[in-house]
Design a protein around this ligand. Structure first.
Ligand code: RUQ
Ligand code: CUA
Length: 652
């Protein structure tokens, strides 16, 4: 019944649309005629004027471009989502922590190496729990060159280049077992910050939970980023040891607070669960205290102390231990109310915003006051590890009454802040100048992060905000028990916020996103010169740059096939090997025409490459089954794409 009604409704709407189109295309579409047709369309589809306004704000005719890019975490998928704003069209999924077949990511030798280098020995990981993307910054503003993402499950950080939207590097430190507070960058991307959530013995050793207070530790890693090489340099990176609280999200200071790092924490109770052992569950054990500690870290002075060599090497990482941090006065705490979550520095560099998951406020700290308290050594005592605690009342500018379950805060270009309110399912807009609530808009439902255009940078752009909602009950057509997430685009340019668009995200739980002005992205059109290895950015040593050099070489270490791809043939197209031979295909796409991508797959050998124009990539495997295995191009590249094929003959 419901189905047939819907079908009828759809048919009517389509008919009205066609009538409207006919009316305009016949030249009768003057103002009056158009609006009559539009009104008919509106009533047929049951749309209000606000709906139509929302549609007009997002609709992008074919060929049109978006004003912003949204880079969103792909959650469990381990991929990075690229979405155009305001159209909310999905532009790309970038394979990062998880093999991604379309890009051949994790299938070719070059990217398999990236995953292998960023995995425990002998266990190339096949998933990641991506949480927080961070765009590279220059002078506190996004520069559109790189984006960094973390994998909470395996304590990994990846570097993605925005020249070709491809992953270049994954690093994993054995110092910590997982992270959550990553990634955040300093205003000139000197460092990418990664913070552990679950305390554990640093360096991966064993200690019983009864030794939690003494042997378990938190840590924050400062991964050194080399901008010219576009890579993290593990040897130049270092870390700090932290008490076994659960360190959470961080943010780097800017302007007045430049050179300082802020990180919130929870579970200063040091609970670790143990329901079967008669302990409270972690959720209640970690929620006893009224206050946890905002961590305030003096990065600049710490760099000097690292240079002096006052570090301890743990699992190959130089670590400033807690006693050194205390002795040098590098770390201070200030209380933060009731299960705090996230810390966000306002564009003025002075207001530090922290929400309490179990509090109804956003607490706004004043960096100038914090700095003074530190200089005057005005402490309210120390924590069990000797870290001085600044007096709460003297460190804050004030508190904004927001509602139930405030989480994260972003900013616009007109002095407003926007806080996601999880329990109430809304976005609260409030004034940074006088700390008053201005407006709330409902979102559907259970919003986690939110993302305003360049909303955590020095110069936010305003205009758009995306609410990243965890639940989507009743928003979309049913797809069984596992529901998509819901991104809601909100227009924040006017005096009233308006929800414009719902985008279901069906491949994982995105946590955070960043939105950058599209004109800052300078993507390449193809790999030049022909034979480029995208991972190194240099000529691939085994590239075949002229078809005349295509060949099969039998060598001691296996059969090397030097193959070229050009519309519409692979050369060589017949490859004969013996069972047990190691086979290495070195494949180069000779095309220098945009979008002339070829793929390369060998049937039943799990070989799958994406070879974009100018790219060279390798596929290596042992031909351990005899038989006839067709290989072919997997991208519909030309009229004779189906003929772009050949045979791998594996002789018994
Ligand atoms: S935080 S569960 Cu980004 Cu609100 Cu991770
Ligand atoms: Cu090349 Cu299809």
């Amino acid at each position: 019944m419901r189905k047939s009604l819907l079908a009828t409704g759809g048919a009517v709407a389509a008919a009205v649309l066609i009538l409207a189109l006919l009316a305009t295309s016949c030249g009768t579409g003057n103002q009056g005629g158009m609006s009559t047709d539009l009104r008919a369309l509106m009533s047929a589809r049951n749309l209000s004027e606000a709906d139509v306004a929302a549609a007009l704000k997002t609709y992008t005719p074919t060929g049109g471009r978006d004003e912003f890019y949204l880079f969103a975490s792909g959650g469990h998928s381990g991929n990075l989502l690229v979405i155009g704003v305001p159209s909310m069209r999905i532009l790309k999924y970038v394979g990062v922590f998880t093999p991604e077949p379309w890009q051949g990511y994790g299938f070719d030798e070059e990217t398999r190496r990236i995953i292998r280098d960023g995995s425990p020995p002998g266990l190339p990981l096949t998933w990641g729990d991506m949480h927080h993307p961070a765009l590279s910054e220059t002078n506190g503003d996004y520069d559109g060159e790189y984006i960094f993402v973390n994998d909470k499950a395996n304590a990994r950080i990846a570097v993605v280049s925005l020249r070709d939207f491809a992953t270049k590097q994954i690093v994993m430190s054995d110092l910590i077992q997982g992270d959550h507070g990553g990634t955040f960058v300093t205003p000139n991307t000197e460092y990418v910050i990664e913070t552990a959530q679950f305390p554990a013995p640093l360096g991966g050793g064993y200690a019983p939970l009864s030794d939690y207070d003494d042997e378990y530790r938190g840590a924050q890693i400062f991964w050194k980023f080399d901008r010219t090489r576009g890579r993290i340099v593990p040897e130049e990176s270092w870390a700090i040891e932290l008490p076994p609280y659960m360190q959470d999200l961080a943010d780097a200071g800017k302007l007045a607070s430049d050179g300082w790092i802020f990180c919130n924490s929870f579970n200063t109770e040091r609970a670790y669960g143990g329901i079967q052992q008669g302990n409270p569950a972690l959720e209640s054990g970690a929620s006893q205290n009224d206050m946890d500690y905002l961590h305030i870290f003096d990065l600049r002075r710490a760099e000097a102390v690292v240079k002096q060599g006052r570090t301890t090497l743990i699992a190959g990482m130089r670590v400033l231990t807690l006693p050194v941090l205390v002795e040098e006065g590098l770390l201070h705490f200030v209380p933060e109310p009731k299960s705090p979550h996230g810390v966000d520095i306002a564009p003025d560099g002075n207001a530090i915003c922290v929400s309490g998951k179990l509090d109804t406020h956003v607490t706004v700290y004043d960096f100038a006051k914090i700095r003074q308290l530190i200089e005057q050594k005005r402490y309210d005592g120390v924590d069990p590890y000797g870290v001085p605690i600044l007096p709460f009342r003297d460190a804050i500018r004030g508190q904004v009454e927001i509602g139930l379950g405030p989480l994260h805060t972003q900013f616009d270009d007109r002095g407003s802040a926007y806080t996601s309110v999880f329990i109430e399912s809304n976005v609260a807009r409030w004034s940074l100048a006088d700390l008053t609530l201005q407006e709330k808009i409902p979102v559907h439902y259970n919003i986690g992060h939110l993302c305003a255009a360049e909303g955590d940078a020095l110069h936010p752009r305003g205009k758009y905000l995306v609410a990243m909602n965890k639940w989507a009950i009743d928003r979309f057509s049913d797809v069984g028990p596992l529901l998509p997430q819901n991104f809601q685009l909100i227009d924040i340019s006017g005096d009233k916020m308006q929800v414009l668009y719902d985008l279901p995200i069906p491949l994982g739980e995105p946590h955070y996103a960043q939105m950058i002005s599209a004109d800052k992205i300078k993507a390449i059109e193809m790999y030049t010169p022909v034979g480029t290895d995208p991972v190194t950015g240099e000529l691939h040593p085994d590239a075949v740059v002229r078809e005349a050099d295509a060949r099969v070489d039998r060598r001691a270490d296996g059969v090397h096939v030097y193959m070229t791809l050009v519309r519409s043939h692979l050369n060589p197209d017949i490859v004969e090997v013996r069972r047990g031979d190691r086979v290495v295909f070195h494949v180069t796409n000779l095309e220098q025409a945009r979008d002339a991508t070829h793929g390369f797959a060998v049937d039943k050998y799990n070989v799958n490459l994406s070879v974009e124009p100018g790219k060279a990539a390798d596929a290596a495997f042992v031909a351990d089954r005899a038989g006839v295995f067709p290989f072919y191009c997997t991208e519909f590249c030309s009229a004779l794409h189906l003929e772009m094929a050949g045979y791998l003959l594996v002789k018994p």
